[in-house]
Design a protein around this ligand. Structure first.
Ligand SMILES: *Cc1c(COP(=O)(O)O)cnc(C)c1O
Length: 423
């Protein structure tokens, strides 16, 4: 029988592929680094590359009880409704409305499989809401690679706006104006900042809202590290400015409750003027949710207890530990002459550090730095050139066990001194 041509697109670089952003995830990069670890090194590996809070923090007992009770009740063994259990949507609407000048209704809340699926849904919904081949979204640089990867999957073009390290990683607002055009659908912001550890002031967020409204696109705010703040700026949700510009916020229980494996997140429409509704984007969001999978029903059943029964002290205990870890990390990095952290982290669990490779022998860039560091010192950092487009920067996670963090920073210092030029 004669073979028919396969009906796939050829996997060659065509013009469309060139326009697409590269798809690389943080996990891929850290997995690659792990292959360079020296198996004969008896010291523990210090994992400062990929953030999983559950390796260090354990959720409060009341949170674990909530999910056990939900399962034992046998009330949540069914398929959930496509947008989430009504009781779960109500509980989340109440929880988030505490931070807003207006109340969200349960209909503004859509449950997702972690914040990750909320990113997928909003990218797909945006792509479906336009016929323009030049449809694009604005993403921060540095930012979260998954935003970029999912934009590519949805065939959206990506344009990067800069965050300014010497201005506390605020958005270069003047530059955004020049980047956007009539095909710009949304500007994504990440606050508190991953990977920079920044926390935007309310004035800055208001400027973002006013600019987006003037230029005609919506704001999507990834607030996965919501309330992980320990500097002078308190966390303010972008949703506060929902009456200036429609805001879609995305979030999850992964970080605040240290349970990323439970996979419960949400997407909120902060839209008191019903612009998303009228423009049809809400309908597209609902359409995308209808054809995707849902977070497991028992976790949805537990969410009102998870949100309602966690005591304030439980969070502040964790935030206090993270604050101390951020201090330690920042102070130790300051002692290493080849490294520079332009902005002390104020939130999230990350900071971004610039390498002065010109002072280092036999190390040419951030990737080589991280590969050798993994091999010689069993310390994993994220090479930000490869993973985040920030050449010769590295991202460090400081939310790890304090003695392990100290140990990792001592090894980092020894590594830098060993590779210094003109020793
Ligand atoms: C961790 C993280 C996510 C993913 O959250 P999940 O709930 O684990 O899917 C999304 N965005 C940012 C900025 C994050 O740090």
């Amino acid at each position: 029988m004669e073979k028919k041509e396969w009906n796939f697109w050829a996997d060659e670089e065509d013009e469309i592929d060139k326009k697409k952003p590269s798809i690389i995830t943080i996990r891929e990069v850290t997995d690659m680094l792990k292959q360079h670890l020296n198996k004969d090194d008896r010291r523990p590996v210090v994992p400062l590359g990929h953030g999983d809070p559950s390796t260090f923090f354990r959720a409060p007992a009341a949170v674990e009880d909530a999910i056990v009770d939900a399962i034992r009740s046998a009330n949540f063994n069914c398929y959930p409704p496509a947008h989430g259990l009504p009781s779960a949507r109500r509980a989340i609407a109440e929880y988030v409305s505490e931070d807003l000048p207006y109340n969200l209704s349960p209909d503004d809340v859509y449950l997702t499989v972690g914040c990750t699926q909320a990113i997928e849904i909003i990218m797909d919904a945006l792509a479906l809401s336009t016929r323009s081949p030049g449809a694009n979204v604005l993403l921060p640089k540095p930012g979260f690679p998954y935003h970029e990867a999912r934009a590519a999957c949805s065939n959206l073009q990506v344009r990067h706006y800069d965050l300014l390290p010497e201005q506390g990683w605020e958005i270069d607002l003047d530059a955004v104006e020049g980047l956007s055009d009539e095909n710009t659908l949304a500007m994504f912001i990440i606050n508190p900042g991953n990977p920079c550890g920044s926390v935007f002031t309310s004035q800055h967020l208001e400027k973002v809202g006013l600019m987006a409204r003037r230029l005609g696109f919506i704001v999507v705010a990834d607030e996965a590290h919501e309330h992980f703040t320990f500097g002078s700026n308190p966390f303010v949700s972008m949703g506060v400015y929902g009456s200036i510009v429609p805001v879609v916020t995305i979030n999850s229980i992964s970080k605040r409750w240290s349970v990323p494996g439970w996979r419960l997140g949400w997407l909120l429409t902060n839209d008191p003027n019903s612009i998303l509704q009228k423009s049809g984007l809400t309908k597209k969001i609902i359409g995308c949710l209808n054809v995707s999978t849902d977070p497991p029903t028992p976790i949805q059943g537990a969410i009102s207890d998870i949100l309602g029964k966690t005591k304030k002290e439980e969070y502040s205990k964790v935030v206090e530990i993270v604050r101390e870890a951020a201090d330690t990390c920042y102070n130790r990095i300051k002692e290493i002459p080849f490294l520079h952290c332009p902005h002390k982290p104020q939130g999230s669990i990350f900071m971004l550090v610039k390498l002065n490779v010109s002072l280092l022998d036999d190390i040419n860039d951030d990737l080589e730095f991280c590969v050798k560091l993994a091999n010689e010192e069993s310390v994993i950092l994220l090479p930000a050139g490869l993973a985040l487009g920030m050449k010769n920067w590295v991202r460090i996670i400081f939310a790890v066990e304090p003695s392990l963090l100290e140990d990792g920073l001592i090894r980092l210092k020894a590594f830098c001194h060993r590779h210094a030029k003109n020793k």
